[in-house]
Write a protein that binds this ligand. Structure first.
Ligand SMILES: [Mg+2]
Length: 166
C-alpha cells in the first residue's frame, strides 16, 4: 500500500458513518480542522457538522483534534466543538497523532485519522500505522503558495490513484 493512499475515501466529513468506523474496527477519531471540520482558518461550525459530531458522540465514538495550525486558530474551534486538541502537530510527523491517541486511551489500530491533505494527514497516519480517511477539501485555499504547491502535487497522486483504479 502506498503511503499516500488512505484506508478509505469520503467526500465530506458528514459522509463518514458509524458503520464505516465499525467496518474499520475503530472507536476513536483524530480530527484535522482546516478544510475538514470547517473551511481554512474559519471558526464557523456548520449545522450539519455539529449534528455529525453529536451523532458520533451518541454512538460512543471518541474524538480529539490534531491540527498543524497555530494554537490561537485551533483552541477556540476545539473549545467550540467541546474537544481536546493538539495544535502545531507537525503532521506528517507522528507526535500529534500519538498524543491524541493516548489522550483517548486507544491503540493505533483503534483510531482513524481524518483529514484533507495527502502530505500531512494521510502520509502521517500511514507512517504512524494508523488507519486514515481522506476527505475532499471543503473549499480550496487561495493565496498561500505552499498550499497551492501541495494541492498540485496531490492532483498528481490522484491521477496515479485513478489510473490504478484506487
Ligand atoms: Mg486540513
Amino acid at each position: 500500500m502506498s503511503l499516500f493512499y488512505p484506508t478509505l475515501y469520503r467526500e465530506r466529513i458528514t459522509d463518514i458513518t458509524v458503520d464505516d468506523l465499525k467496518r474499520l474496527g475503530v472507536s476513536g477519531l483524530l480530527l484535522d480542522v482546516d478544510n475538514t471540520l470547517t473551511t481554512h482558518g474559519s471558526q464557523e461550525l456548520a449545522d450539519e457538522v455539529r449534528d455529525w459530531l453529536d451523532g458520533m458522540r451518541e454512538a460512543g465514538i471518541l474524538m480529539t483534534v490534531v491540527s498543524n495550525s497555530w494554537e490561537w486558530r485551533v483552541a477556540p474551534f476545539a473549545q467550540r466543538i467541546g474537544l481536546r486538541h493538539t495544535s502545531l502537530s507537525c503532521k506528517p510527523l507522528p507526535f500529534g497523532f500519538i498524543r491524541g491517541m493516548r489522550r483517548m486511551g486507544l491503540k493505533r489500530k483503534q483510531c482513524v485519522a481524518i483529514g484533507d491533505q495527502v502530505f500531512t494527514d494521510i502520509l502521517g497516519a500511514n507512517l504512524a500505522g494508523i488507519p486514515c480517511i481522506q476527505l475532499q477539501p471543503i473549499l480550496l485555499e487561495t493565496g498561500k503558495p505552499i498550499l497551492k504547491l501541495k494541492r498540485k502535487l496531490e492532483r498528481i497522486i490522484y491521477a496515479r490513484r485513478k489510473g490504478r483504479g484506487q
